[in-house]
Design a protein around this ligand. Structure first.
Ligand SMILES: *[C@@H]1O[C@H](CO)[C@@H](O)[C@H](O)[C@H]1NC(C)=O
Length: 249
């Protein structure tokens, strides 16, 4: 009898230890207000570091590139207003991000993260109609962009809930983001039926107005990126219980 009790006890002890074990891709942060933000920043960077090669335990195998289905922009109104649609957008380089700052409020589970990404390369298919400046800019081809010095701010509020294993997990309740880019180079290639003069004129226009064009694209980009970030965070949050992020004791 005593033996059985002992076995039951040891197996309980064993398994609660296994359950509480900290995964290699994350460091647990103390609740201490003085350290939590720096700790979460470092923990975030540790997670990003391992995500870069994939983390099978989280069922994340590859995070490059970031895919966005499509983004449309419109400049000017009327029949000749310029419209462009970018599809099958692929962004490379996001996994090279560094978390530079975290602000947190554990009571209300609100967080703000600042991230820096040295360089993002974008490829997309592109179709446009209308007139840009004096150039008739209708056509389709390939868009490329190189965004240097990308800085993003992500704000989110989370909701706690109990998982099937009895531990507390988070889901995002609200996500907002904004970003800016220090230097942009972009252009279009291989415009179908396009002549070289039009393509050159377009590229000259695009490059000398890159920041303004980005500004026009920003609302649509922000909406899409917010969705991408939210989906990604929820994917991670369903796998990592709150007590692996923060010591709740
Ligand atoms: C990440 O940065 C390294 C070093 O600058 C670079 O070699 C690599 O191509 C970058 N990764 C992506 C996906 O852009």
């Amino acid at each position: 009898m005593f033996k059985i009790v002992l076995i039951v006890l040891t197996s309980l002890l064993c398994c609660s230890t296994v359950r509480a074990q900290q995964p290699y891709y994350l460091q647990q942060c103390p609740r201490d207000e003085q350290y939590i933000n720096e700790c979460l920043r470092d923990s975030g960077n540790k997670l990003v570091h391992f995500l870069r090669q994939g983390i099978p335990e989280l069922e994340i195998y590859e995070i490059e590139p970031v895919d966005i289905d499509e983004i449309g922009i419109a400049l000017g109104s009327g029949p000749d207003g310029y419209r462009a649609l970018f599809r099958n957008i692929q962004a490379f380089g996001v996994s090279n991000m560094t978390v530079t700052n975290v602000r947190s409020d554990l009571e209300s589970l609100q967080f703000q993260m600042t991230c820096e990404i040295p360089r993002i390369k974008v490829r997309a298919q592109y179709r446009s109609s209308g007139v840009l400046i004096l150039v008739k800019a209708s056509g389709a081809g390939e868009y490329w962009g190189e965004y240097e010095g990308v800085k993003a701010k992500i704000y989110f509020k989370a909701q706690p809930h109990e998982g099937q294993d009895g531990r507390t997990y988070l889901t995002t309740e609200m996500v907002k983001m904004d970003f800016n880019v220090k230097d942009i180079q972009m252009g279009v290639d291989n415009i179908a039926n396009g002549n070289a003069v039009i393509q050159a004129a377009l590229n000259l226009f695009i490059n000398s107005n890159a920041q303004e064009l980005l500004k026009e694209m920003k609302p649509a980009l922000r909406t899409k990126l917010t969705l991408v970030i939210r989906n990604f965070m929820d994917r991670i949050f369903t796998k990592i219980p709150l007590d692996q992020w923060i010591n709740l004791n």
